[in-house]
Write a protein that binds this ligand. Sequence first.
Ligand SMILES: Nc1nc2c(ncn2[C@@H]2O[C@H](COP(=O)(O)OP(=O)(O)OP(=O)(O)O)[C@@H](O)[C@H]2O)c(=O)[nH]1
Ligand SMILES: [Mg+2]
Length: 324
Amino acid sequence: MILDIFAQRARTFEGKLQVELAQLQHMSTRLIRGWTHLERQKGGIGLRGPGETQLETDRRLLRVRIKSITRRLEKVRRQREQGRRSRKRAEVPQAALVGYTNAGKSTLFNRVTESVVYAADQLFATLDPTLRRIDLPDIGPVVLADTVGFIRHLPHKLVEAFRATLEETRQADLLLHVIDSHDPERLENMDQVHSVLKEINADEVPQLEVYNKIDLLQGVEPKIQRNDEGRPVRVWVSAVTGDGIELLQEAIKELLSDDMLQGQLTLKPAQGRIRARLYRLGAIQSEAYSESGDIVLDIRLPKPDFERLSKQEGLSDGCFSISC
Ligand SMILES: Nc1nc2c(ncn2[C@@H]2O[C@H](COP(=O)(O)OP(=O)(O)OP(=O)(O)O)[C@@H](O)[C@H]2O)c(=O)[nH]1
Ligand SMILES: [Mg+2]
């Protein structure tokens, strides 16, 4: 039964609860059907058979269990939502690993998160083992999410059951589409992944293709492939041997920093309002005062946010420098 397969695959707490809920709901519809069937059989006799009582007990227990799981799910979702909001506030970019089942997402996840400085973050670590905060050189913290593999003919109900994974995907700043480069069916699988992404409205999120398992191919070296504008579009790696992992990090860094702006901003003491706004955006990394009393801020924030602020506050180019 497909729900059992998903039960084995669901690794997050929320995923497990989702699957159990789906199983219980499935059982309860069958119990109701069984019960009406019995009722019809005994109709007219007017006796409460022991079978009926058992069924009633089962149904009541099921209802209690369903209710308790629903409550726990709501709690987990609220926590997840809080985590996401605080990440958004701090503007920590998020990348999610997606791809067909068996492409090597989890292996890659472990490889990437072990090879960079691991910044323990209790909130994510305890809430969900498939989210990890990593520190990439030059770019700072990034949250990396592993997700459950996509398969063909994913029933619609189960798309709902994997809400957690799907939301990580939709809200990500970058999708790393992991592909088993050695699989003869990789093109069909990629199509399948694209159509699931479309179905969950995640097809607009920027994507990087990660051709994994190059250790199984003859004469393929790790490399970054770029489009005409020089943007990385595909990276060739092996999660098992670790070949190409630095290139992958480099590509992630380039794609994520594309939208981020980092530099030094010098403000007059009278421009405290701008400083306050930047604080609210979580954009200030450090601040100091110059000898003339100016405020010197190291800032990092999404480009559109900076452009909006600088237009509204009439910042001249002169007070901002990328590297001075
Ligand atoms: N040869 C080789 N095998 C790999 C590589 N990466 C992953 N594998 C193997 O591929 C299999 C699947 O790897 P996983 O990391 O579990 O794949 P996944 O994409 O997370 O799979 P799901 O979670 O089911 O979607 C495992 O047996 C891995 O050891 C690689 O670079 N080279
Ligand atoms: Mg996996």
